[in-house]
Write a protein that binds this ligand. Structure first.
Ligand SMILES: Cc1ncc(COP(=O)(O)O)c(C=O)c1O
Length: 351
């Protein structure tokens, strides 16, 4: 039985990743040991860490100024770890307010310094991306969310600025081509496009560190994590291993350009179907529609009931919108096959 899994995260991973991960729990690389019982300081695990970092570097085409880290605490920890490391109390950071996650990041940054909100789409329930934003030249950094998971908007271009760019890429990392080297810091919870919950990928350009005057706990200090090769303490070994499997899968597929083509096709098909169907209403302005999270409303309760019943019958799960916005949200992350989108498009046409 095929389940079409449109969950927003944790979300679908490729079957072969699940199978390899399951094998590693029982017998990791023919050692007779589970990956869950080997020391993280062993050469066996070191080889996992090294390959995971290198594959991430290769897929993102990172230059030597950038370091890759795998840290605990989810993207939510990055909301405060970023300002802790980059923002002095008397300084100002510029933030874009384009959704629930971005506004949480703003709230946390205010604990450490000043925040200037340089653009917001709150006036229309975050259904668009503000245009023509001005980023102050003297801000410590500029922070934005590349894809707004809950509201279904995407920033299609990287803002022009000379100040350090910081991005939360939790829901679209490695889903389309980008010049990742333009960012001073990138963070992403793994549980959508790059692996299992429990680990964050953080990419940091080394020259932005060591400039704040507050004292940092070691676990909060990016510099200390870099010096320790991302093993300052016991890393989330299994979650990192799942990242490795996911990154290998993407590499084998042809890397970011190859998955972008598939992702574009999936999103185009679904939006086209929704636009053509009476009773289904995408909520986001056309130019800002996310390729990862497609959000729509079904205003008529009779149509809604029919849709939900059909989803149940066809084993389609995870289509309900986030509890804060209601409606429907279909997530089309890297591992979601085109076949599932075709099945959903067909189902919508039949309603
Ligand atoms: C864009 C974005 N940022 C942050 C988060 C929070 O991530 P976590 O639950 O890993 O802390 C999410 C989770 O869905 C997200 O989509």
């Amino acid at each position: 039985m095929m389940i079409h899994n449109f969950n927003a995260g944790p979300s679908i991973l490729p079957r072969e990743v699940f199978e390899e991960a399951a094998k590693a729990i029982l017998n990791f690389r023919d050692t007779g040991l589970s990956i869950l019982e080997i020391g993280h300081r062993t050469s066996l695990f070191q080889s996992v860490m090294d390959e995971t970092m290198q594959t991430a570097r290769d897929l993102m085409k990172l230059d030597a100024d950038h370091e890759v880290l795998f840290l605990h605490g989810g993207a939510t920890t990055q909301f405060f770890q970023v300002p802790m490391n980059l923002l002095n109390e008397n300084q100002t950071a510029a933030y874009l307010d384009c959704g629930v996650w971005g506004s949480k990041a703003i709230k946390e940054a205010r604990l450490y310094g000043n925040v200037e909100v340089v653009g917001s789409s709150k006036d229309k329930n975050y259904t668009y991306i503000p245009k023509g934003i001005r980023i102050p030249k003297d801000a410590a950094y500029f922070h934005y969310t590349t894809n707004n998971t809950i509201e279904g908007t995407e920033m299609f271009s990287i803002p022009e600025t000379d100040i350090p760019l910081v991005a939360d890429m939790s829901s679209d990392i490695l889903s389309h081509e980008m010049d990742f080297n333009r960012f001073a810091l990138i963070y992403a919870g793994a549980q959508k496009n790059i692996g299992a919950a429990g680990v964050n990928m953080v990419v940091v350009r080394k020259d932005i560190l060591g400039k704040v005057n507050r004292r940092l706990p070691a676990m909060m200090d990016y510099q200390k994590h870099i010096e320790a090769g991302s093993m300052l303490n016991t890393p989330p070994v299994f979650a990192i291993y799942v990242c490795l499997l996911m990154l290998r899968w993407l590499k084998k597929l042809g890397g970011v350009p190859a998955i972008e083509k598939i992702n574009n096709e999936k999103a185009a098909l679904l939006y086209k179907t929704l636009d053509a169907k009476n009773g289904f209403e995408p909520t986001v302005e056309k130019d800002d529609r996310s390729r990862m999270n497609v959000v729509f409303l079904i205003p008529d309760p009779v149509v809604e009931k029919k849709f939900l019943e059909a989803c149940k019958e066809e084993n389609m799960i995870g289509v309900k919108g986030h509890r804060s916005v209601g409606g429907y949200r279909v997530s089309l992350y890297n591992a979601l096959p085109l076949e599932s989108v075709k099945a959903l498009a067909h189902l919508i046409q039949q309603i």
